[in-house]
Every structure is written in C-alpha cells, then in structure tokens.
Write a protein that binds this ligand. Structure first.
Ligand SMILES: NC(=O)c1ccc[n+]([C@@H]2O[C@H](COP(=O)([O-])OP(=O)(O)OC[C@H]3O[C@@H](n4cnc5c(N)ncnc54)[C@H](O)[C@@H]3O)[C@@H](O)[C@H]2O)c1
Length: 746
C-alpha cells in the first residue's frame, strides 16, 4: 500500500530521459495521468506524469485511470496489436508512493482493507495481462511504485544515483498492502524482503539488482534505448526473471523451518528495537509468516485485512502526523514572509575546532560545502581535521561512501589560526568555548574580517543570542544555529532568532540546515532555547526520583517503556555529567527555583565522574560501550539518596518525568519561544528521540486531555512541591477546555 512521497523536489529531470517520451498514437481518456501510447513495434507505453505535483503519486484517480489503460491494453493484446507494456515516468523520478493524505483520512478498518483490495485489484490486472510487462525505473521508486513494479513480469532500473527503491510503509505504521507484502518475498526471498519492509530503507539500483528486485541495471543516459531493447527481449524470451539466490538461501527461505527461524530472529530484533510499541513491523512478520505457502489470492486477503487494522491505529495516525511535520519543515523557509530569499552558502567557516566545530565541518564537507575551520591552537585544528577524517573513514567502512569520494570531500575542509580568506565566507558558525565574554570578543573580531552580508551564527547551547548580538555592529546578520551532539547523528538544528535578527539571516541559516540534511526548527531566544529547556526539568526530576529511593533501573526503565530511546539518567551520562550540571545550573539561574538542581545530580557532578566520555557515570562503560548501572553509584551518592532502594510505582515515575516536560513545554509556548505546538513536537522528536509513535510531546498531552494534565500536576505539586506548579497556560487551557494543538495551531 501507500508510502510517503519523499522525493527530493530539487532534482531535475535529466534531459535524455525527458526526451524519451514515447511518440505515436495517443489514446484519449478524460484525465491526463497516466497516458497510454502504442508505438509502431506494438509496445504500449504507460507514462506517469502528474500535472499537479513534482513527483508521481498514486492517488485513487491515477490508479483508476491506470486500470482503464490496462483494460485497453488487454483488448489490444488479444488482437495482437500490443506485445509488451512499459511503465514509464516523464519525471525525474518514477513513482514516489501513494497519497498519504488519503491514508490519513481512513477511520474504519473495513474501509482500510477495501483501500488495499482496490490497489491489489489494479495491480492484479497488471500481473495477469498475459503479455510481458516492464517497469522502467529511473529515480525514486517507493511504496506503491515498488508494488506496481512487483506486479510486472520484468523490472529494469537506471544506474542514476537518484534511482532508489524502498518500501517505507512501516515508517508510517502500515505495511505494503497493494500486494507488496505478498509478492516481495516470492520474488526476492523472505529474508531480503523483511530487510526492506521492516527497515523502510531505500536501496540503489545495483543493490536492487543484487537482491533480485530488478532484473537489469542500464546506464541512465541511454535509458530510453535500453528499456526499448529490454522490452523487445522480454517478448522473445521465456526466461523466468527473479533473484538468483544461493542454494543455502533457497534452503533457508524455501522451507517452513527455515522461514520460522528467519521470522523468529527478525521478531526478536524488532522487539529489541521498538520495545513492541510499533504494531506495523510485527504485523508484517505475521502476514509474511501466514501467507508464505498460501495461494496468491488468499495471501492478498491476509494482507488487506492487516492493512485495515494498521491504518486505523493511533500509531499510524501519529506517524503520519510526524511525517507531515517533517515535510513541512523540509519545505519551509523559517520565516513568514514568502518574498524573503535565503542566501546561498558555498563557503562556510567554523570557529573552534572542538567536538562541535569538527563535527559541523565534517558534515558540511560531506554535503559539498567548502569549510574553513579556525581555532587558536594548532593541535585543535589538527584534531578537528582528524575527527572529520575519522567520520569519513566510518562512512567508507559502512559503504556509505567510496574512498575516493571521502578523500575528495575531505579536501573541502581547511584549517587556520587566522582570519585569512574570511572575506569569501558566506556564513560563519561560532563553536568556541561556552563563555559569553570570549564569544563576544570572537564574534566582534570575526565581524571585522568578513563581508558585510556574511551571516554569523552561534552554536551556543545555553548563552543568550541577544547578549552576543549586542556586541556586534550588524546584529541583523546574527542568529543562533544550535546543533546537537554528535552532529552527524542528531537530526535537529534549532535556528535561534534573536530580537534583531533579520528574516534573511534566519532564512539563510534555515536553508543551510536543510542543505546539511538537518531538520530545522526556528525558536526565539531564551534560556536553553527549546529542547534543552524542556529536557532540564525532565533530567532534574530523575534526580529527585532517585533521591526518593527509586533505583537507576526503575527510573530509566519507566522512561524507556514510555518509548524514550534512553532513560534520563543514561542521558545524563551520554551528554556528560559536567555539561549537564553546567546546563542545569544556567537554567536554574535563568528560570528560578523550579529548576533548582536535584541533590543527587549535584553530588554526582562533584564526585568528578564525567559519564560515558570518562567511562563512569550512573552506568559503567568499557571502550564506550555501556555495561549496565554501576552498583557503586548509591554509595557515591549516599549523602543524597536513601540507603535502601524503594519500589516506586512505574506510573508515578513516568508521570513525574513526562509531566515535567509537558509543563515546561507549555511555558515555552507561553514565553513565545515557539509559536506552534507542532514546533515543540518536531523538535523533541528530532532532538531527543521522543517517541514518534506518540506523535510528539504535546500531541500526546492532548490525547491525555488538558484537564487530566492539570489535575495530575496539582497532585504532584501537593506531593513533591512547587516545581510542579502548573504553568499558567495549562490552567487557562483547562478552563477553556482547549488542547495545545487547538490553541497553538499551524
Ligand atoms: N559538546 C556538546 O555537547 C555541545 C552541544 C551543543 C552545543 N555546544 C556548544 O558548542 C560550543 C563548542 O562546544 P564544544 O563542545 O565543541 O567545545 P570544545 O571545548 O570541544 O571546543 C572548543 C574549541 O574552541 C577553541 N577556541 C577557544 N577560543 C577560541 C577562539 N577565540 N577562536 C577560535 N577557537 C577558539 C578551543 O581551542 C577548542 O578547540 C559551545 O558553545 C557549546 O556550548 C556543545
């Protein structure tokens, strides 16, 4: 069934491919997409070219018209006027998937299953045409596009780097239900099909060829000719297409005990990765297991019923919500004024070659931006370059990049101690030590060395952007650009708009974040900006719960069960105990008593432990790998935690942790740090791994209901003190009986 259309709209159609629209004999039908043309050799070209979108999406209308063309082709084939069908795209991509909005609207499982049967019927008529059918895949081919290709007898893909095939349905909480879950294992085997369906990952043409997902890969610049030749050969050949799997693989895949092993290993992995919070991967395993030996019709019916169940689940709706948030961020500019044009950033400089500076430089070079890394110490520049080199080597080892490409990108990074060449820079990211006076001096100095239109951005995590701006002659060119650590892995960038930042500066920084593959969220200036401010009370509360006698396992376990990728104490270790303490103290100084640091966290920082980077924190680490909670930790914290562990109810622990975040999130809206509830949700998902299946922190709060939130906060305030006093906004929304999304839409 459906998939998100995640095609990169910046792609352009390669001219050779655009010129490949097949010529003659157009057969008119009421709608325009797809079209059917039959050439003089009896090849029926069905060409997808959505007139309203940049990518081809399989809407109900498109599928209906496609079905009508198939009926005509069947007719022509019976008179021997057509010998082969080619599915073609006139765009730079093949088919980006189904219409996500249509999936979102389904509320009834019966309707959901019917939607699946509709697609299955159309693709069924494709697979039963009785003549060869060829999917000619150039560019992106996702979800319904792959399912359509699976119903063809032959598949050929172009070798363009833009050619990617994948079944991302699982990422939206559903399964491929236009025949994909049934046909894929039959074509490429159970193991390879699970790899694609459970991960939602996209594979290149050559990987698709290796898996047996396509039969042939052809050069992109000769694609039209190669497809025509391939189609002609398909008519002549009786060779059965499909994967050439090894005997071992066939034995494992092709026998019931072999399949059982594969499914049980996969299930264990899914449970370990998702904690069982996501029904779709489990359903995919169930459907593949049940339908392996069934006739196609029966298998398709199992698939359709499963689709009906999944598509109406709250997890599916939440994941689609998150998908829309991401798409909106991807298409946005970061400013309201639509006339503002972001500046192009081809040359970037990073001040400070430390943990963050090195990471930012590597990412920029990876994305093709020239980077200058400036520090005050030779050894820092050298280690920044080394850090970048190590990350590139990791990419080569994981086969994400060829060695030659990594070397080329590495050459985009240069280092220096001075400002020479800064006149060429388009944007500077400051990532020096977290000290206001130093940052002000460094930024002022930099301003003198750059062009007047150069944008300056600070990567500070806790200092005021406005205070830094007041040191500058051109504060309008200054913003915050807050990356998270590790830069190459964390998807969020907070673009912090200072009181005097111009729209142009915000839009340019926002666009750069997108170029770097990040998800930008614009915030206003304020202590901890958005994500760290919300995390502050959450991590601090974990310390208070520890002081009440709960164990490290109980606290982190409750958060993980809720769906957080790691518990708050493990997060303290990950961020660094010194950094957490420093950030906690700044929040306390800025926001007052409700952020008063919990005694165990203060004691831990004073113990000299550093967390993961030092090998010791709440947990033990060996060579960077966590080895479970340190049994000594209670002795280390003995002044602040009781001698004996007590059992606190999991619900209570979870409630304290989550409501601490909701309450602070409400305050960020109240203070105008962000304007929309969805900004909080996107930032928390991308910046902290807040569980996407819950749709985001405030969407989750809305499902609990604002009045329940208020009454639980009141209870907690009575029991644990004033830090739980409900935000004024929560009191007001409860009085008005309005949710966060209703009150802060957009
Ligand atoms: N480490 C994190 O987890 C993290 C996360 C987000 C943001 N930040 C922010 O990023 C910034 C840098 O943090 P980091 O962890 O990379 O620090 P770091 O200590 O690893 O690196 C700082 C670098 O700045 C250099 N430096 C000092 N003064 C300089 C000057 N005048 N000109 C040029 N370079 C100078 C130092 O030599 C050092 O190499 C801080 O503002 C920090 O708050 C850090």
């Amino acid at each position: 069934m459906a998939s998100p259309s995640s095609f990169d709209s910046r792609e352009t159609t390669p001219p050779l491919v655009r010129s490949c629209r097949p010529p003659p004999k157009a057969i008119p039908l009421p709608h325009t997409n797809p079209t059917l043309q039959v050439d003089t050799k009896g090849v029926a070209w069905i060409t997808f070219d959505d007139p309203e979108r940049k990518v081809n999406v399989l809407t109900e209308q498109v599928l209906t018209r496609f079905g009508e063309h198939l009926a005509q082709v069947r007719n022509l084939a019976s008179r021997a006027e057509v010998h082969v069908v080619v599915l073609w795209s006139a765009k730079g991509g093949f088919i980006a998937g189904a219409d996500v909005t249509a999936i979102e609207a389904i509320e009834d499982p019966v309707e959901g299953a019917e939607g699946s049967r509709f697609g299955q019927r159309i693709f069924g008529s494709l697979s039963s045409l009785g003549i060869p059918t060829v999917a000619a895949i150039h560019g992106i081919c996702l979800g319904g596009g792959v399912e359509m290709s699976l119903a063809c007898s032959h598949r050929i893909a172009s070798d363009s780097p833009t050619t990617k095939m994948g079944l991302p349905e699982v990422l939206l909480g559903i399964l491929p239900a236009w025949g994909g879950t049934t046909r894929l294992p039959r074509l490429v085997g159970v193991q390879a099909s699970l790899d694609l369906m459970l991960s939602g990952r996209q594979v290149s043409a050559s990987t698709a060829r290796r898996m047996g997902l396509v039969d042939e890969v052809a050069p992109a610049d000769l694609f039209r000719e190669k497809v025509a030749a391939f189609a002609t050969a398909a008519v002549k050949s009786t060779r059965k297409q499909g994967a050439r799997r090894s005997l071992f693989k066939r034995l494992i895949d092709g026998t019931p005990p072999g399949r059982r092993v594969i499914l049980s290993v996969a299930k264990k992995r899914v449970m370990a990765q998702t904690g069982g919070h996501y029904p779709a991967p489990l359903k995919i395993l169930e459907v593949v297991g049940q339908s392996a030996n069934k006739p196609l019709e029966k298998a398709l019916e199992i698939e359709a019923k499963a689709a009906g169940e999944l598509v109406t689940s709250s997890v599916c709706k939440n994941l689609i919500h998150v998908f829309h948030l991401r798409e909106e961020a991807r298409k946005g500019t970061g400013v309201d004024d639509e006339t503002v044009e972001p500046g192009r950033v081809e040359y970037l400089a990073v001040l400070g070659a430390g943990v963050m500076g090195g990471g930012i430089a590597q990412l920029a070079a990876y994305r093709g931006v020239h980077v200058r890394m400036k520090d005050i110490r030779h050894d820092a520049v050298a280690s920044g370059l080394q850090h970048a080199r190590k990350l590139f080597t990791g990419l080569v080892k994981r086969r994400k990049l060829r060695r030659r490409e990594a070397d080329q990108r590495m050459t985009l990074i240069s280092g220096s101690l001075g400002y020479e060449g800064f006149a060429r820079q388009d944007l500077i990211v400051e990532a020096v030590v977290e000290k206001m006076d130093i940052k002000r001096i460094v930024l002022r100095e930099t301003e003198d060395a750059v062009r007047k239109d150069c944008i300056l951005a600070t990567n500070t995590s806790s200092l005021s952007v406005n205070e830094m701006a007041s040191a500058l002659a051109r504060p309008e060119n200054f913003v915050g650009m807050h990356f998270f650590n590790p830069v190459h892995r964390m998807p969020l960038v907070e673009v912090v708009r200072g009181a005097r930042s111009s729209d142009h500066a915000v839009a340019t920084t926002y666009a750069l974040a997108l170029t770097l593959g990040k998800v930008p969220v614009v915030t206003n200036d304020g202590p901890g900006f958005l994500v760290n401010r919300i995390l502050g009370p959450y991590m601090n509360e974990a310390g208070f719960i520890l002081a009440d006698g709960a164990s490290v396992e109980a606290i982190d376990g409750a958060a993980k069960k809720f769906g957080m990728p790691m518990g708050p104490l493990r997060l303290v270790d990950e961020v660094g105990i010194d950094i957490t303490r420093h950030a906690g103290q700044s929040l306390y100084e800025a926001l007052g008593d409700r952020l008063s640091p919990s005694p165990p966290l203060v004691a831990l920082a004073e113990s000299g432990r550093l967390g993961k980077k030092g090998g010791l924190g709440f947990y033990l680490y060996e060579s960077g790998k966590e080895k479970g909670p340190d049994p000594e930790i209670y002795a280390v914290l003995s002044q602040t935690v009781p001698a004996l562990r007590v059992t606190l109810e999991e619900r209570e622990i979870r409630g304290r942790l989550v409501l601490a975040m909701v309450n602070e999130a409400a305050r960020t809206l109240e203070a105008g740090i962000v304007q929309r509830a969805s900004d909080v949700d996107l930032a928390m998902i991308m910046g902290t791994g807040f569980p996407p299946f819950r749709g985001g922190l405030l969407r989750f709060a809305d499902t609990i209901h604002i009045r329940t939130i208020l009454s639980r906060l009141n209870e907690f305030e009575e029991r644990y003190g004033a830090r739980f006093a409900p935000a004024d906004l929560i009191r007001r929304l409860a009085r008005e009986n309005r949710g966060f999304y209703e009150s802060f839409p957009g």
